[in-house]
Design a protein around this ligand. Sequence first.
Ligand SMILES: [Cu+2]
Length: 180
Amino acid sequence: MRFKIPALALLAGLAATLAPALTEATEAHEVTVKGVTVAHPWARATPEGQKIGAAFAEIKTDKDTSDRLIGVSSPVAANGEVHSMTMDGDVMKMRRLDGIDLKPGQSIVLKPMADHIMLMGLKQQLKEGDLVKLTLTFEKAGPIEVEGTVEAPGAMGPHGLAKQPVDDSMGSMHHDMTHE
Ligand SMILES: [Cu+2]
């Protein structure tokens, strides 16, 4: 009988952590720190066992702010990287970027088929409907923590955001992409 106690405690803990997450799921996620805004963060669902995930967001600066994105992290991954993506024929090539410079009044959209966040060493499967915490760290603004929704594996943008400029012309990312 005593062996059941840890399992029950675990379930209770799980319910407690899920409850607040569910109530926040429908809110717009946009956080501004020192003139830098991270908006509409989201990630793509991953197949079971896949160790790499992709996440996206829009980064905006107000008209008097310049900054530089210098790092990304998430509790669901061993480490986060910022990647560029280019096409070499029909082969997608991703390259790790040291950072992304932000000019005043700029909007940079991290999205499929463009610069994006790579979550390396995933500790858990990303499932559609889940929320995933992302911390984008900037040279001046410091860390900005946001919570993004996990969308379907082939999603090209977050739900309910018709205005977000996402590239839907090339279909979904494939799993056989190459990293350099
Ligand atoms: Cu990548």
